[in-house]
Design a protein around this ligand. Sequence first.
Ligand SMILES: NC(=O)N[C@H]1NC(=O)NC1=O
Ligand SMILES: [Zn+2]
Length: 452
Amino acid sequence: MATYDLIIRNGNIVTLDSIVQGDIAIKEGKIKEVSIGEHLEAIAEREIDAEGQHILPGLIDTHVHFNEPGRTNWEGIQTGSRSLAAGGVTTYFDMPLNSTPPTINKENLELKRACSEEKSVVNYRFWGGLVPENIENIKELYENGVIGFKAFMSPSGIADFNHVDDVTIFKGMREIASVGSLLAVHAESTVICDQLAQEKQSQNKTSAKDFVESRPIISEIEAVRRIISYAEATGCKLHVVHASSRKVVDVINEAKQRGVDITVETCPHYLSLTLKDLEEKGGLAKCCPPLRDDQEVEQLWEAVANGEIDVIASDHSPAPASMKEVTNGDFFKAWGGISGAQSTLNIMLTEGHFNRNLPLGKIVELTATNPAKLFGLYPHKGIIAVDSDADLAIVNLTESFELKKEDLFYRHQHSPYVGRTFKGKVTTTIVNGDIVFEDGNITIVEKTEINS
Ligand SMILES: NC(=O)N[C@H]1NC(=O)NC1=O
Ligand SMILES: [Zn+2]
């Protein structure tokens, strides 16, 4: 009889177009057998009875800022990766900025890689940065394994990561296209946002609403339209991150239909929070682009359901509580970034599946399969199949819970989702065949702890 490292029995296995009960056998980090409808005649060192639970491919969060090296007082790979494991995420792509030094050349990439090898409890990949100073480093970054390049079209909030001017966009995209990679963009218009912010601030209009009005949807649309033209001029593959509105998604889809090689991400916060939350929760709910209104949230869900969004990612961009405080009612000064990576699946299940009938297969597609396909990880990741990596999230869909700050594994235990009731709880997360999270606890010991 076959012997495995781990067998998960009787779970409801979620694929893109079906949910079937079966057993999954794992050995040496890979899925070796998937037995649908019948008992797998095999033994294993460890068995999990997943009767009544659902098994999803582990999520791939293509957009996190873990800020290590250099800014571990904001987050860090150990805390960040643990929070992902607790949320059913088994791979992350770390952004090039908020860490110091930023990932804009090979040396800095190696520094980040060393930190991750030592501390991460899940799988990872790295984004390289495109800034005005590093076009000549694109090739070496790509050759050393970055999954793509990230640029800001408006100030990033981080002094050592400059936003790109149009000349850098043009030259950078030509270079990125020539190595065969892609560019991800934070698309907001510097002209529109800076001008409106100056006008608001000079009139002492600094409320949550004023902040949101200073970064209107048209500013995203302007930047997206412009960069689409550069994509067409250079042939560079483009990925627009954190679209906050269906109106932005529409512009992207129109380009897609014309044959432009372009994809779009949105984030759980644009699907679950509004200006009202910013007013109520203060800086915890501040991000750029900002939160919109109820109608925009519903329209974005329609885009998700219609297949007009390619990827859902967290844009986890945490900071210490002191930096999230709104003082004297001034929403312009607090750090812009949502701490939310642990809750992506919870929001997709509660707000998407239970509240809006979004099929589970669609959630898998947006959070695992599409990210894997887009960034060359498929079919090793993003699917439950024989020979795929054993990266899995086991979820109890019948269980509801209220998110408490003590549940959070972040460096700073705050999030705009604290106090929210979610339906669907991650009970177990498996990475490369190892159980890394089970029943509320991280169960794997990092190399750092082994060494010390
Ligand atoms: N620098 C950084 O993390 N920026 C992120 N924060 C946010 O709210 N939007 C972003 O792009
Ligand atoms: Zn961004």
